[in-house]
Design a protein around this ligand. Structure first.
Ligand code: COA
Length: 434
């Protein structure tokens, strides 16, 4: 059959498409800016059809109403990452969190996690009958391949991107044409503290390095201090607007990359329309599945790979808690460990955990003697490399516990250094010398 006939036959409305999902099945949702909002809204509208359906997702964007208290009994969230909308559901016992490195999530689909339905968002088909997953390939491609039933929100605003983002219309069961702007992430406010952290991180980045940058104000602040660097490359889980700025200034050229030279490599994009427009039909940006982009062995094929991520707490031995505040899960592992380990495998690679020295408006130190009770260690002290704050850089790899503690106290906020030094003296039975 001609692809046009397949497409026309499978075109339907959101209501009819959602009603075909098994009431108690497992539904994988596309994530981040790729969330097919019209379809998730329809799920919520049809909540009475669903009995204990499991919703699987990584970064929640949009309203995530399916995780609200009035959805109990209809939907249950199984999250790989939490955001403001979903952390309450898990805290209140109405949802679950599954710890997993991002690059290993696709391997769960069809195995440990059979997928009944995948809800995705794509561009309209091209003249050969291929739609593009656009800005979000990550685990979405794998979910499509493993799902028994696939619904695509076909959105004229979805860019067509290069890399491994194409699906033939025959691989999708229902098409729902709904045009609306792709979700945008407002660029974060970069204050003085973030700028100082960014400036310190930039000291660890050299001409020709390939970078991975996490989400938020700190990675964006790092980009501000890279304007004088030359021939930087990008191999990153996520890319945001700041990267486009450095590409257009000629700072990021990808020219010296040892894997995919000439290409900015990512698994999803999250930012503003400027970023999405830039990626549209741009052969210099390659979006590929997360099981490839985030595989530490693939990451490690980039020489001089520098990864920059953030965390909640670091203890004096270098254990990094990035996903929970004590027993309370607040986010996820994402690609942090993938890139920390990938940077380790990279010739000349470095991994950086960059944090403000304090949290809660300066009331608590992020560098602590011991982690809060129940905190999950995301990056172990064996894997950790550099910790950076606005007060400096602590290089921990190969250092003794005492030397690590000294280095970390030096970059803690001055008002907490005395207390940390006392803890040091108790713990290591020796004087703390600055
Ligand atoms: N004690 C208590 N609360 C703390 C805290 C601490 N030591 N550190 C942070 N918090 C709270 C903040 O107050 C904030 O609370 P709020 O949401 O109620 O305002 C929340 O935790 C998030 O902290 P914030 O500093 O605003 O977060 P961020 O946007 O800089 O993100 C992480 C920091 C660690 C949550 C984020 O980097 C993350 O999820 N990392 C793990 C995954 C990862 O690295 N992925 C990388 C590949 S993209």
């Amino acid at each position: 059959m001609e692809w046009q006939n397949v497409y026309e036959k499978r075109k339907t409305n959101a209501g009819a498409a959602i009603r075909r999902i098994a009431p108690g099945g497992r539904i994988v949702l596309a994530h981040a800016a790729g969330v097919p909002i019209a379809l998730t809204d329809e799920l919520v509208r049809q909540k009475e059809h669903f009995k204990h359906a499991e919703i699987v997702q990584l970064v929640p964007m949009g309203n995530a109403r399916f995780a609200d208290a009035d959805m109990e009994g209809h939907f249950r969230l199984n999250a790989f990452f939490l955001g403001p909308y979903t952390k309450t559901a898990v805290k209140e016992g109405r949802g679950d969190f599954t710890p997993c490195c991002f690059h290993e999530i696709p391997g769960l689909f069809g195995g440990m996690l059979p997928v009944d339905a995948a809800l995705i968002q794509v561009s309209p088909p091209d003249r050969h009958g291929y739609v593009s997953l656009g800005i979000s390939v990550d685990y979405t491609l794998a979910a499509v391949k493993k799902a028994k039933y696939v619904i695509a929100q076909v959105n004229g605003s979805m860019p067509r991107t290069h890399g491994d983002t194409q699906l033939h219309v025959s691989e999708i069961d229902s098409f729902v044409e709904i045009n609306r702007p792709i979700l945008e992430l407002t660029p974060p406010v970069i204050g003085e503290t973030e700028q100082a952290i960014g400036e310190n991180c930039a000291k660890l980045i050299h001409d020709g390095d390939t970078l991975q940058l996490g989400i938020g104000a700190i990675p964006d602040a790092v980009l501000l201090f890279l304007k004088d660097k030359k021939d930087l490359g990008i191999h990153s889980e996520m890319v945001s607007d700041g990267v486009v700025e450095l590409i257009t200034r000629g700072v990021i050229t990808n020219a010296r990359k040892t894997l995919h030279p000439g290409k900015t490599v990512a698994t999803f994009l999250m930012g503003t329309k400027r970023l999405y427009d830039y990626a549209d039909d741009n052969p210099s940006i390659a979006l590929m599945p997360v099981e490839y982009v985030n595989d530490p062995y693939v990451i490690g094929q980039n020489d001089h790979l520098v990864s920059i991520n953030s965390c909640v707490q670091v203890d004096l031995t270098g254990q990094v808690a990035s996903e929970s505040v004590g027993l309370t899960q607040i986010s996820g592992i994402g690609g942090q460990l993938d890139f920390v380990r990938g940077a380790r495998l990279s010739r000349g690679g470095r991994s950086v955990i960059a944090i403000a020295s304090t949290a809660a408006k300066g009331k608590i130190s992020k560098i602590v003697s011991v982690l809060d009770e129940g905190a999950a260690v995301t990056t172990s002290r064996t894997d950790v490399d550099y910790i950076v704050t606005e007060y400096g850089i602590a290089h921990l790899r190969g250092k003794t516990l005492r030397d690590r503690a000294r280095a970390l106290i030096r970059i803690a906020h001055p008002k907490f250094r005395r207390t940390l030094a006392e803890e040091f003296e108790r713990r290591f039975c020796c004087r703390y010398d600055v």
